[in-house]
Every structure is written in C-alpha cells, then in structure tokens.
Design a protein around this ligand. Structure first.
Ligand SMILES: [Mg+2]
Length: 347
C-alpha cells in the first residue's frame, strides 16, 4: 500500500485544486471514481480544495452537494467565482455600494459578506454590475444588465466559460450569456473574476497553505490556463468537455502537464513521456511522424498512453512551426475509450 502511494502521481503534491463540473460531478451526479479517489488522497493527508467558476451557488450549497455524492466537504474548502468577483469589485466602487446582481444567490451572499448591497433593478441606482450564471436567469435579467452597462456602470463577469457539461449534454455557460449583453451594448466586461484569471486559485492555495499544489480540471481554456497563468502544474481529465483533438491542438498556455481518463490517474504511477524530433513514446505507445502525419503504434487496449505520446509530439511540432495532422491517430485512440454508458458525460 505504501509502495503504491509513493509511486502514485499524487505523491508529488501537498494540495489538489479540483474544478467541479466535469471533474467531481456532472450536474447532480458524481463522476465515476471521484468519491473513492478523493477519500483515498485525503486519507494520505493531501489537502483538497474545490475551485469553481459556477456562480449560481454558495460555498455551503456546494459543500452540501459534494457531501451528498460521497465527497465530504466543508464550505471553507470551496472557492467560487463570486468570491473572486467581489474582490475585483473593490477596484471599481467603494465598499457598501449598491451592486446590480445578474445571477444567483452565490453572488448575493459574497457581496453581503463584504458589505455591499444587492439590487435587482437599475432603478435602485447601483454603482456596478456583476453578472454570473443562474439556471433561473431570464431575458428580463439580461435586458436589465444591458440597460445598466449601457448607462456606463462598471461591469464584472464572474467567469466567461462558454459552456458547461450537464447529464444531457453541453449547455450554455455564463460566457455565452455575457456575450449576449456584450453583443447588445458593443463592449466587453471591465473585468472577469473566474478561471483562467488567478484569484480563485491563489485563494485556494493560500487557504490550504500549499507548497506543491496541482490544478485539476476538464477545460483547457479555464482550468489548465489558470494553472499555467500562476505557474503550477495541471492535470486534465476527460470526464468533462475537452476532446482529444482539442488537447492535441492546444496552444502552449493551455497544455496540461498530465492527463488521464478520470481522477484514478492520481492514485496510479504516471508513465514518463519521452519526446524527440519526429518521435515520442509513453509506456508501450509510440507516436511518430510519417511526412506531416502523426501515426500512433502500440496503443491497443486503452487510449491514454497513446494520447500522451501523440499530444507531446503534436505540441513539439507546433512549437517548431511545423503543421502536422494527428486526426487519424486521434480517431483511432478515441475508438479505444470505454463505451459512453460507463462515462458520466456524453463524450
Ligand atoms: Mg469543469
């Protein structure tokens, strides 16, 4: 048992920063293996923090949800984008100001904790606008945001995720709703609080007193980019929204250090990826260049070592300004994934 722990990926870290949607749960349901793995790593003394761009719920509500799916959590382990948005707000307005809230009670609570007053109409003379996701958002809310932003008020978005995973498929996220307002008024928000901006992760690292943190997420442009932005390693899991092709095509600022099917990768030894010009390998899997095409060999029963090798080679070629086509290799690797019925999301 000790031997396995020593060699496992998690052994290199003293704190894990988990994104939630698409990593620990999808909608109301637990992601397979998440509860068992998190119990295992907590028992080893590794701090677990939960960082979510989802602005709809309070830390207490998130902690209750986690506990209900078998991941016991306290509110102080949960950092939400409204908490970061309220920190950013201080750059624009005085403490105690009225703030027009477009979104859920997570934003209202974060504002109240810092002495701001929530209003729901421009008629109540707010000094700023905070916009975050809520499943109950209506056209009237988006219209109110539009009137307020057009009147010249500072406009802060909790996050800009265009989508998030649900049990029925990918759904519009706050970024899509912010885009409705931005398109209507002809300008972008004055600030964005959530990942990939640093505040969420920095707060989590600070609270955990972490020296060797690992960021874990399912999105390249938020979770992985946030880790890169503050210079910490990151793990991408494929229980959420990212496709193999998106991984292989990732820009340098959005490339994860580690990847795996799901959180079990944390408690397993992580195989070394060796890359040279035109060639890379991971375990028994080999990726190599045939002209401008990446071929993958030796990936026969599961795709992950093959994907690690193909991504590493594709990134190296991209960095050398050499366009390559990995599509056939990636389609082959995708065919090695377990059937969708054993996955939490429809990917
Ligand atoms: Mg996510």
């Amino acid at each position: 048992m000790t031997d396995r722990t020593d060699r496992a990926l998690v052994g290199a870290f003293d704190a894990l920063l988990f994104d939630l949607d698409g990593v620990v749960y999808v909608g109301p349901e637990a992601v397979p293996y998440a509860a068992d793995v998190i119990a295992d790593v907590r028992a080893q003394g590794v701090a677990c923090m939960y960082v979510t761009n989802n602005a709809a719920r309070t830390p207490q509500a998130v902690a209750d949800h986690l506990s209900a799916i078998g991941v016991p959590a306290e509110p102080d382990q949960v950092i939400t984008s409204p908490m970061a948005a309220v920190s950013v707000l201080a750059r624009f307005v005085a403490e105690g100001s009225r703030v027009l809230v477009i979104g859920g009670e997570g934003i209202e609570l974060a504002l109240a904790e810092r002495g701001y007053v929530t209003v729901r109409s421009l008629d109540d003379v707010p000094a700023a606008v905070i916009q975050g996701y809520s499943p109950d958002l209506t056209w009237r809310d988006l219209a109110e945001a539009t009137f307020a932003v057009r009147s010249g008020l500072p406009w802060i978005a909790t996050n800009r995720d265009l989508t998030f995973p649900t049990p029925r498929g990918v759904a519009p996220g706050n970024g899509s709703l912010v885009a409705v307002v931005a398109r209507t008024v002809g300008r972008e928000p004055d600030a964005v609080a959530g990942k990939p901006e640093p505040p969420l992760l920095l707060e989590a690292i600070d609270r955990a007193h972490a020296g060797r943190p690992l960021m874990i997420g399912d999105r390249l442009d938020t979770d992985i980019a946030a880790g890169r932005r503050i210079g910490i390693p990151s793990l991408l899991v494929f229980t959420g929204v990212t496709t193999f092709a998106e991984l292989a095509g990732a820009i340098p600022q959005e490339r994860p250090d580690y990847l795996g099917a799901d959180l079990r990768v944390l408690v397993e030894p992580y195989p070394e990826v060796v890359t040279s010009d035109g060639h890379s390998s991971c375990g028994d899997a080999v990726a190599r260049l045939a002209g401008a095409v990446i071929e993958v060999l030796g990936a026969t029963d599961q795709p992950w070592d093959g994907l690690r090798a193909v991504a590493a080679l594709a990134w190296r070629c991209a960095d050398q300004g050499r366009p390559v086509d990995a599509s056939t290799a990636l389609v082959h690797l995708d065919s090695l994934r377990p059937p969708a019925s054993s996955q939490a999301a429809g990917h």
